[in-house]
Design a protein around this ligand. Structure first.
Ligand SMILES: Cc1cc2nc3c(=O)[nH]c(=O)nc-3n(C[C@H](O)[C@H](O)[C@H](O)COP(=O)(O)OP(=O)(O)OC[C@H]3O[C@@H](n4cnc5c(N)ncnc54)[C@H](O)[C@@H]3O)c2cc1C
Length: 542
């Protein structure tokens, strides 16, 4: 969830497979008896392992494993780091995080650009109360600050280059937001697009809006749809049910909070793992992430049932295998959609499968342009684009047709020479396959249309996201479609732990898409990681 719409590498990479391998070797050397004995004892006794120590005192390595169940976290994004950190900080030390890429953070991707950094993924902390990102980061004075986009209202500019008068824009925005938040949605049977369009024209027919010309009303409707597409990452609001099983609960407070400092949003990963410099949050034990994370490990299969001793066997695409007692999967819903049929053996229970197919995973992308001069002073902090039909027709016939996907321009905090374009929908996804030069030219073409009278400097750099074509994400964030409602599924179902024959939670799911109230955000991802860590902490009685 974003809008108001590559990267840090943490220390030396290490493959933290040693304790797993050591445990396997120990088990091989001491034989099946001790293996089974030990396993059964700890599973029965959870963390009361004194008897185990007495029984097989010589098997020190195995006893370590008994004390410390082997937990694998798949994915080192916000959810994975939260889950691993909470477990480690509660005394679980036998943790390995398998991450397919060469960096941590996932959809948090703070990247050096221009004179500072930009956020290719998560950018703003949305809200304060009930937002774990805000709770953790606001402890550090000066780390968070209200974004420049919160300083003034967004400006609607038409393709004539003329802004919609502020008072008119405010009334239209307030009316549109009222429709989106309306309680009638809950009982409406049909798409959000149908619901919104109906209510919108009803409102415009009332005396309060009789001054709004039809042409502006139509332009606003097209823009607002594009804006909503960016906010919730779907291609069309006609794909989305008006009523939703899960609905996002907005944490109260400022929705557009930006980050100070070189690490931007990535700071939250340091904070959660107790590694933030000068930490004041002394209650959090520093987690040695560089030791726990094995990079370059694309998990291709998780055998969660079937091994003789109840182990879960995780296989990475490079052929490495790992044994674990519990696995927490935090890969994106996009990755699950693409791989769930081969990624789990046996197949996942229906409840999880239905959620994977039923929940929606859409794409929004960002383009950053760096100029050799500051963005003109008159250019507002946030600009939404409204098209005259004839201009849109001309754009569609031009080499820049893809640029219809751009809904909004934003200035960037602390970077006066950088402009961000926000791209939505199928056109935005297709644009991922274009080279940088036509993308740059397309954005400049838009600026010529919408900021005709402003003089921009020369472009000296371009950076952009490609969330959909990246096999490690396959999109940006989750939302709810009509299929979600038809299948009567949602985030809770996706997050249902999978249990073995002994009813033990062997396969757990975290990640933003598993959060029923804060999906599509970093705070939702963190909460979900903590939730699954807590589930294991309770299970082991730690
Ligand atoms: C463009 C954009 C803008 C956003 N803006 C905001 C914002 O302003 N505020 C906000 O709160 N949120 C925002 N979000 C959403 C936020 O970034 C995500 O909700 C959150 O970061 C998701 O974290 P996660 O841990 O659930 O998943 P991810 O970050 O996707 O982490 C999953 C990890 O698993 C790894 N992985 C994938 N497949 C495998 C595999 N097979 N084996 C091993 N590892 C694998 C991935 O490389 C990744 O590191 C935005 C997202 C995008 C894309």
């Amino acid at each position: 969830m974003s809008f108001a719409p590559e990267s840090f590498k943490y220390g030396p990479k290490s493959t933290n497979t040693d304790h797993f391998r050591v445990f396997s070797v120990a088990r091989d050397s001491f034989g099946a008896f001790i293996r089974l004995e030990t396993l059964i004892l700890w599973k029965k006794m959870k963390w009361s392992f004194s008897l185990v120590v007495a029984t097989v005192a010589i098997v020190t390595v195995a006893v370590d494993a008994v004390e410390n169940p082997r937990i694998i976290v798949v994915g080192a994004g916000a959810a994975g780091i939260a889950a691993a950190s909470r477990l480690y900080q509660k005394g679980f030390k036998n943790i390995t995080i398998l991450e397919a890429s060469q960096r941590l953070g996932g959809r948090i991707r703070t990247t050096p650009f221009g004179s500072g950094i930009v956020e290719i993924g998560a950018q703003w902390c949305h809200g304060e109360q009930g937002n774990v990102v805000y709770q953790l980061a606001s402890v550090y004075r000066g780390l968070l600050k209200s974004s420049i986009i919160a300083d003034e209202d967004a400006v609607l500019i038409r393709s004539s280059g003329i802004s919609v008068p502020e008072a008119v824009a405010e009334r239209l925005q307030a009316m549109a937001e009222g429709i989106i938040e309306s309680e009638d949605r809950d009982t409406y049977e049909g798409s959000l697009g149908d619901f919104f369009t109906k209510k919108y024209w009803q409102a415009l027919a009332t005396p309060a809006f009789k001054d709004i010309p039809r042409e502006l009303a139509e332009q606003f409707l097209v823009y607002y749809h594009n804006y909503e597409r960016g906010y919730t990452a779907y291609d069309s609001w006609f794909e989305v049910a008006a009523s939703e099983t899960d609905s996002y609960v907005e944490p109260a407070g400022n929705q557009d909070i930006a980050w100070n400092g070189k690490k931007g949003f990535s700071s939250i990963l340091d904070i959660v793992s107790g590694n933030f410099p000068g930490t004041k949050n002394t209650s959090l034990t520093p987690v040695p992430l560089s030791k726990l994370i094995a990079y370059g490990k694309f998990v291709s299969n998780i055998r969660w049932k079937g091994s003789a001793d109840g182990d879960v066997i995780v296989t990475a695409q490079d052929g490495t295998t790992y044994e674990a007692d519990n696995v927490i999967v935090t890969v994106s819903l996009g990755v699950l959609k693409e791989n769930y049929k081969t990624m789990f053996t046996p197949a996942l229970p229906t409840v999880n499968q239905k959620a994977i197919t039923g929940l929606y995973f859409g794409t929004v992308n960002k383009i950053f342009l760096l100029f050799d001069a500051p963005i003109p002073e008159d250019f507002p902090n946030t600009v939404h684009l409204l098209w005259y039909k004839s201009d849109l027709t001309a754009l569609r016939a031009s080499p820049y047709a893809w640029a219809e996907a751009v809904s909004t321009f934003f200035r960037i905090d602390n970077q006066p020479n950088v402009l961000m374009a926000w791209m939505n929908g199928a056109e935005g996804r297709r644009a991922e396959y274009l080279r940088d030069a036509p993308i740059r030219d397309g954005v400049l073409h838009l600026l010529k249309i919408f900021a005709k009278n402003m003089k921009f400097g020369n472009v000296t750099g371009l950076l952009r996201s490609k969330w959909s074509s990246d096999r490690l994400f396959r999109g940006s964030y989750s939302s709810r479609s009509i299929t979600t409602e038809t299948l009567n599924t949602g985030a809770r179902q996706l997050g249902t732990p999978v249990r073995n024959a002994a009813n033990e939670p062997v396969l757990l799911f975290a990640g933003e898409a598993t959060n029923p109230v804060h999906y599509s955000t970093v705070h939702g991802a963190l909460d979900s990681g903590f939730r699954e860590a807590n589930r294991l902490i309770r299970f082991y009685g730690a």
